[in-house]
Design a protein around this ligand. Structure first.
Ligand code: PDD
Length: 290
């Protein structure tokens, strides 16, 4: 069952107008919320970010936090898998004619569904993944989780066609993020993360990783990260709600790191992966939502 505009129905019966601005203009925002053992992870943070994305595109939030929570709980209950990814989407709805300007009366389209969440294959975690790099040619509001993802799709496809898992993006000589993930850098025993701004999505997994790093006494610097620092990194990681934390072991065909660790997941990744799994376990077995 999926949720569409107040109704729960089978996906084959869910229909949206071809005049929906989500379809015509990509005029909408979304969220992807991981669910472990039927417990939504960091739900409040995801709902806060949804609220910020809606405010950013000047679309009133059609539901309050309690209503969103009830909706997510029901979608999770009705799905088969214990581990799920809940997808929420709000668009500016349909209008009578195609017109860039907002309709006078907006009736948003609200959509929610759940899909099974499979952890990344063990091989990716144990051996690491390969990445390519590209110039970040997206718009200047990458902090909004907008459904207009054409640039991200084109950029991710570069990775796929190179036999890689992710595309790392640089803008004006600085790291922004991945095509669908945030990127962390380890150099000289210190974890570097780009400062949140309008050029990257404020990742929920990014927050978790920084909290775990601080809680476990890692030396962390959150600041602008130079492209050269990425290219000369000891370790690179990608993070997202669906991939958690994965080690990137090659960039543009060159191994990440030096010496014995070159081209292999690094020691700091191994620690972070362990902390992340422990934290997930504690959330699954505790009362909080992480
Ligand atoms: N994408 N940056 C971009 C551009 C993303 O699309 C994502 C996640 C992230 C990581 O954010 P979070 O940790 O909150 O998932 C960063 C989701 C998973 C997607 O579009 O499917």
């Amino acid at each position: 069952m999926i949720y569409l505009n107040g109704e729960y129905l089978p996906i084959s019966e869910a229909k949206v107008s071809v005049m929906d601005r989500g379809f015509l203009f990509g005029d909408g925002v979304y969220e992807v919320i991981p669910v472990y053992s039927r417990k939504p992870f960091r739900l409040a943070d995801h709902l806060r970010r949804l609220d910020a994305s809606l405010a950013g595109i000047r679309l009133a939030n059609p539901l309050g936090a309690a209503e969103w929570t009830a909706l997510v709980v029901r979608i999770v209950e009705q799905a088969e898998a214990d581990d799920q990814q809940v997808y929420l989407q709000v668009t500016r709805g349909a209008s009578a004619t195609r017109n860039h300007a907002f309709p006078k009366i907006v009736s948003p389209t609200v959509f929610a569904m759940s899909e099974p969440l499979l952890p990344p294959p063990a091989e990716q975690r144990e051996q690491g993944i390969a990445a390519v790099s590209a110039a970040d040619n997206r718009w200047l509001r990458c902090d909004l989780k907008a459904t207009s993802l054409l640039a991200n799709c084109l950029l991710r496809q570069l990775a796929v066609e190179a036999g890689c898992a992710e595309t790392i993006l640089f803008r004006d000589g600085f790291l922004t993020e991945g095509a669908a993930s945030n990127i962390f850098v380890v150099r000289d025993g210190r974890l570097l993360a780009p400062l949140k701004n309008h050029l990257m999505l404020p990742g929920i997994t990014y927050d978790v990783v920084l909290e775990l790093a601080a809680g476990n006494g890692l030396e962390v610097a959150v600041r602008d990260v130079l492209e050269q620092e990425v290219r000369g990194a000891c370790e690179l990681w990608m993070t997202s709600s669906t991939k958690e934390v994965l080690p990137i072991v090659s960039l543009d065909g060159r191994p990440v790191g030096t010496g014995l660790n070159a081209g292999k997941p690094g020691p700091m990744f191994e620690k972070m992966y362990g902390w992340y799994q422990e934290f997930k376990q504690s959330v699954m077995h505790g009362e909080s939502h992480g």
